[in-house]
Design a protein around this ligand. Structure first.
Ligand code: KG4
Ligand code: ZN
Length: 368
């Protein structure tokens, strides 16, 4: 690699050519964690969407094992990409560009998807974009709700991220206005779920049990909402204290030989997390004059959060856009959609030897 070709923005690839009337045809490939996924979009229309998950292989270890996930990506890559193309009635020659998640995520998993995508791009002579997976979670809502209004805010809630983003232009300018100082919301749920004996991923189990419990049964702290810490971090989050408080309560019940009312524990935890997320998101909308809030990431499947945001949005006059469940969890459509936005905005493709970035910052939309 020479300095000359690794300079940001220095791409030997020409700007992408596509049919202006129908929009670019983009193949999106995703392999950040335990889903190997591919999808094809034309402009803002989804033509195919294929997901293979290795989740069952991780369940007995209580979390994703990177080595197992990477191997599963290597096995699933060709079948998943082939099916996405054939479901769209296309072969690789029909595609205008390839987009692949370059980060953030598990390094070994990213390496499999990115290497496969690069090989495909090189063999077929197609431009390639290494994109930010998290920004893909924002973009995917265009499939259901249409274009993003100018002043949009996004709440990203996944196993690894809890962040508030100001989206000025999805292809060129995204700014982080808040993020978690410790655990992500999904991580907090998964850790409490483990303590309660639920298999990985525990989030959906907490969600289900919470629907039958009393949300006020336990006094659960609401991190960074009050006092000096709350004032200093109006749009940041902290869920580690919530997790510890719930864990201590459960452990002390067990030590006293008392039953643990699982539904109530789940409902109290879910209520605290959903309330903090929705309050902070709405106060950020007020501060930044945003009338649209996009919600994305695996945790946006959570029913307590969906209900809290719907109610808060109605009260505050904010249009809350949460995708249907199958587009909340990791998928190829989100990657293809961001690729389509980048092509249309005239953003240059990534350099063919771009690196993966397992800690890709959320204000970097694609690799140079
Ligand atoms: O975005 P995602 O699919 O993967 C990451 O990039 O992290 O998010 C996975 C996270 C896990 O922590 C999982 O427990 C959580 O999303 N999750 C849920 C629900 N569905 C998935 N958490 C709470 N309630 C749910 N219904
Ligand atoms: Zn994700």
């Amino acid at each position: 690699m020479t300095n000359e070709i690794s300079q940001p923005g220095a791409s030997p690839m020409p700007a992408v050519r596509y049919d202006l009337a129908n929009g670019p045809v983009v193949l999106g490939i995703e392999s950040t964690c335990d889903e190997t996924a591919a999808a094809v979009v034309r402009g803002r229309t989804l033509l195919s969407n294929v997901v293979a998950s290795s989740m069952d292989e991780h369940a007995r270890y209580g979390g994703v094992i990177p080595e197992i996930a990477s191997r599963a990506h290597a096995e699933a890559f060709v079948p998943v990409v082939s099916k996405a193309l054939s479901d769209a009635g296309m072969d690789i020659g029909d595609v205008d560009a390839i987009a692949v998640s370059a980060g953030p995520g598990l390094a070994g998993c990213l390496a499999v998807g990115v290497s496969g995508a690069k090989a495909l791009a090189w063999a077929a002579g197609k431009p390639i974009y290494g994109i930010n997976h998290v920004i893909g979670h924002v973009c995917v809502t265009q499939l259901q709700f249409g274009e993003l209004p100018d002043n949009t805010l996004a709440l990203i809630v996944s196993g690894g991220h809890t962040s508030l983003l100001r989206v000025t232009d999805i292809a060129t300018h995204v700014e982080v206005v808040g993020s978690t100082l410790d655990d992500a919301a999904g991580e907090c749920f998964d850790k409490v779920a483990r303590l309660l004996g639920f298999p990985y991923p525990g989030g959906p189990h907490i969600d289900r049990h919470a629907q039958h419990g009393d949300p006020n049964a336990l006094k659960v702290p609401m991190g960074l909402t009050q006092g000096r810490a709350g004032a200093e971090h109006p749009f940041d989050f902290s869920f580690s204290g919530v997790k510890t408080a719930v864990a201590r309560w459960v452990e002390s019940r067990r030590a006293d030989g008392l039953d643990v009312p699982v539904d109530d524990v789940c409902a109290s935890l879910a209520n605290s997390v959903a309330t903090v997320l929705s309050r902070k998101a709405m106060s950020a909308c007020r501060k930044f004059d945003a009338t649209t809030l996009i919600v994305g990431g695996g945790f946006s499947a959570n029913s307590q959060l969906r209900a809290a945001l719907a109610e808060a949005g109605k009260e505050a006059g904010v249009d809350v856009r949460i995708p249907e469940i199958k587009l909340c969890t990791d998928n190829g459509a989100m990657v293809a959609m961001l690729g389509s936005n980048l092509v249309e905005a005239g953003v240059r493709p990534s350099h063919p030897d771009f690196a993966i970035d397992s800690a890709m910052p959320l204000d970097r939309i694609s690799m140079a």
